[in-house]
Design a binder for this molecule. Sequence first.
Ligand code: DP6
Length: 326
Amino acid sequence: MKATARAHTNIALIKYWGKRDEQLFLPMNNSISITLDRFYTTTSVSFREDLSADVFVLDGKEMGGHEREKISGFLNLVRRTANHQGYAVVDSLNEVPTAAGFASSASGFAALAAASTRALNFTISNEGLSILARQGSGSASRSIYGGYAEWHKGTCQDGSDSFATQILPENAWDLSVLSVMVEARQKKVLSREGMRRTVETSPFYAGWLDSLEIDLSAARDAIHKQDFEQLGTVLERNALKMHATTFGANPPFLYWTGATIDVMQVVQELRENGVLAYFTIDAGPNVKVICQPADEQVVKDRLLELECVQDIFLCHPGPGIHYLTT
Ligand code: DP6
């Protein structure tokens, strides 16, 4: 009754921003991502007869309170799905620098969905795993797959058709993702609260939704054709639009700092000088810069000239969930 699984983080090229059902984590729109090689979570789950509650150990430390409740709530879902009663020990190791603006929730819930179902010997498809992981954190639905993935928002009320599928595997198209760390502090408005406030109050949210189909089909098409300029153009535009919705929220909020804008400007300047590089930003001040592998050193060197840049983590497309023998 024990299994270990590893899942990697992903970065959205076309963002998930807003839920139509908060309980089931059903998104307002499809999103497209790249799974990254460098950052991942490894989770062991062991269901045991002798436990009277779930135990959650994160990076060697036993967690209580809200952290444990989140994991236990997710295990309830797994227990219902697999028709099992009994508690588990969940032991997770995060190889994710949360300080660099990478959320560990995507890799965390994808690894937990995989390890817990495997520990129960429950047969489940990748789509089924994606549906499960989604209910821990929306972006986790995409971390089931390696390479390029799309999370389909679905139309069913019960969420049974809201899962991700793979567009291209990780070895099909190599790109470089430089995670540029400008700020190590915790973000002020968490993505969950940020997207809720935006959906409820921002008059710009309708514009976000209206233009999404165009962005999605341009990104999908660019990935299939492996057309980097087309992909870069649409991913940067999409990120800026997502952030524009927060300016219109009530109360308004802004994830950027001056350093975020400095990095954005250097990326645009690189392009003016013929180096194809594009940026995307999630719910925080750090920037992910995407370029072709042949340009990664030039881009990195230029970004390191900025005083505000504290560190740069270089990533490439990474694998989907896999199981480890312990
Ligand atoms: C800006 O998946 O962290 O990174 O579903 O509430 O857990 P919850 O949110 P989460 O949101 C990610 C938002 C984003 C864009 C993205 O990854 O698509």
